[in-house]
Design a protein around this ligand. Structure first.
Ligand code: ADP
Length: 319
């Protein structure tokens, strides 16, 4: 292996730049040439592929977003599109590809490998919804952004003694809601992995008020449904003033936390190690703080589950 390329694909996540930097720097360290593909699979098909020098990734470890840009590419979903992508890779004499992205991007990477081109994945998504890895790059930053927002909302919630419903991201996974809810002492956390009981939520709200709490915070994962609609249901059951905040894309930006920078650095370097060892069709994962490479098929055969012990703990601690 002499020349490798790296791209970012799908939804961006804070820490992707740190992962790109790690691929470039560790690639160069091991005597490889490293290229960057602009706009994910779109750039691959269009041949938007450029050399990345050691210095080209300076001053990015602390930046959110991705210097390589990210995109969703319909053409890559077709065999014809993927063949064009492989042609471009061969034209640029690239021997292996690192795909930083989510599960959709990994399915794409797997199909490249099926066409004979070695590709490996680095899990980058704020949702933490990729099976086989304890954490994905960007999740910790998103949780920290959420708790920063909730801390601020909490101040005004206390002043006005209100109930706040906060809708957070996570697609079909409840991880962001769960971690931010536990970290912020939310009265209720609603996640798609555990059906909620409206009466129980209402009972907990009443209990909170009766025990002297000045405000209540309910976190709703987007996978459960609309926070606005949920707040309406609460209002119908309890005549309390309820405010809703939908945090939205603020969760996808910002400077990555130390945890995400370290995770991204480790994972990016591990991806280069996998390619150098002749591995393909694998994604980098972190399991019990150990980096491993696992087959895409193995990852796809599992179902992501958030840590339900945290869910139970949050219930106990928020009484
Ligand atoms: P994420 O990687 O964040 O899950 P997407 O699901 O949007 O984001 O996937 C990113 C891109 O990966 C898509 O735009 C498409 O080009 C490619 N992709 C997704 N799923 C597949 C698939 N099943 N086969 C081939 N390519 C895919």
């Amino acid at each position: 292996m002499k020349r490798i390329a790296v791209l970012t694909s799908g939804g961006d996540a804070p820490g992707m730049n740190a992962a790109i930097r790690a691929v470039v720097r560790s690639g160069h360290y091991h005597g490889l040439e490293v290229y960057g593909v602009i706009r994910g699979y779109t750039g691959l098909i269009n041949g938007d592929i450029r050399p990345l020098s050691l210095r080209s990734v300076g001053d990015i470890i602390h930046r959110g977003g991705t210097i390589l840009y990210s995109a969703r590419c319909k053409e890559f979903q077709t065999e014809e599109g993927r063949k064009k992508a492989v042609e471009q890779l061969r034209k640029h004499e690239i021997d292996g590809l690192v795909v930083i992205g989510g599960d959709g991007s990994f399915r794409g990477a797997q199909k490249l490998t099926a066409l004979g081109f070695p590709a490996v994945g680095v899990p980058g998504t704020i949702d933490n919804d990729i099976p086989g890895t304890d954490f994905t790059i960007g999740f910790d930053t998103a949780v920290n952004t959420v708790i920063d927002c909730i801390d601020k909302i909490r101040d005004t919630a206390t002043s006005h003694e209100r109930t706040y419903v906060i809708e957070v991201m996570g697609r079909n996974a409840g991880d962001i809601a769960l971690w931010s809810g536990l970290a912020d002492g939310a009265e209720s956390i609603l996640i798609p992995e555990s059906p909620y009981d409206l009466d129980d939520v209402v009972r907990r709200l009443k209990q909170a008020t009766e025990s002297g709490k000045k405000h209540s915070i309910i976190i709703v994962a987007e996978g459960v449904g609309s926070g606005v609609e949920f707040a309406e249901k609460i209002k119908e059951k309890l005549s309390v003033e309820t405010r809703v905040t939908v945090l939205g894309h603020v969760q996808r930006g910002g400077s990555p936390t130390a945890f995400d920078r370290v995770l991204a650095s480790r994972m990016g370097a591990k991806a280069v190690d996998l390619l150098r060892a002749g591995e393909k069709d694998k994604m980098v994962a972190i399991q019990n703080n150990k980096l491993v490479g696992i087959d895409f098929d193995e990852a796809f055969s599992m179902k992501h589950q958030p840590d339900m012990e945290l869910y139970d703990l949050a219930k106990i601690l928020s009484i």
